[in-house]
Design a binder for this molecule. Structure first.
Ligand code: PGA
Length: 260
């Protein structure tokens, strides 16, 4: 795993935006895996700015979001579908017919999950998958204990995730308990995984993910097996990494031809 430590959240977002821009410049028809939550907001702002400046083009790409709350339709203000509309889809030239978010109102959830997996396959698989990491080590909504080979399916949120996400809903009672999420196995199939984390509250999860044992108790740790995973974090989120000086050394001495 490549670990990139940046001074702050803005620098993390800019570095990540550069990777997205490069991906789309190299392969305009890329399939992008997208994430929601607080962490990617800065990245989406950067991508919108790059688009406005004519430096990135989304017209040929396809997107698949990681997850959605069961019971919330696309029009619901707290659904991840509406988050994506607000922060990215309506701000750039993504073809809405190719922007996919799991349907929180799907009448047959297992069938919908299977169809979502098939749609990813039909699109050619995910080229670049954006990920945040939960304080409990989840990726997507794959909570601790999730099978490391899991596919898109329904999951029950942990108490910690419900408390963490209550800030978006105002009241803890309003956070749905169930979600549809790509599985760890679905995420591992992406050709490049890009994990972003900022803030001291992510430091323990980041260390467990990058340097701890690979375990279903920290689903993000499965990424240690990924052939191309880039972790971009700020200083606060890097605080518990025992090899952070080495990661800085590697980044500072990266040969030009290896730079993305
Ligand atoms: P956050 O969530 O970006 O809102 O901290 C990350 C996650 O739960 O994956």
């Amino acid at each position: 795993m490549e670990v990139i430590i940046k001074p702050d959240a803005v620098a993390v977002s800019k570095e990540a935006a550069g990777i997205f821009r490069e991906q789309l410049a190299t392969k305009p028809e890329s399939v992008l895996g997208l994430a929601t939550g607080g962490t990617p907001l800065g990245l989406y702002r950067e991508l919108v700015a790059l688009f406005t400046a004519g430096r990135v083009d989304f017209s040929q790409c396809t997107t698949f979001n990681l997850d959605e709350y069961v019971g919330l339709g696309a029009a619901h203000g707290h659904s991840y579908a509406s988050y994506m509309q607000e922060h990215l889809f309506t701000q750039v030239n993504i073809d809405s017919a190719r922007a996919h978010v799991p349907d929180g109102l799907a009448p047959d959830v297992p069938q919908h999950c299977e169809a979502y997996e098939q749609a990813i396959q039909r699109a050619g698989g995910i080229d670049l998958q954006l990920l945040g990491i939960g304080g409990d080590g989840h990726i997507g909504f794959n909570e601790p204990g999730s099978a490391l080979g899991s596919r898109t399916r329904i999951k029950t949120l942990t108490r910690q995730t419900i408390v963490d996400n209550a800030r978006f809903f105002g009241r803890e009672q309003d956070v749905p308990h169930h979600v549809i999420t790509m599985g760890v196995g679905t995420i591992m199939d992406a050709r490049h995984c890009l994990v972003l984390a900022t803030g001291a509250h992510k430091a323990a999860a980041v260390a467990a993910m990058a340097e701890g044992p690979v375990t279903a108790m920290v689903p993000a740790s499965a990424l240690q097996f990924h052939r191309k995973c880039t972790l971009i974090i700020d200083e606060a989120a890097a605080a518990q990494l025992s090899r952070r000086d080495y990661y800085r050394w590697v980044y500072d001495h990266k040969p030009e031809w290896q730079r993305v």
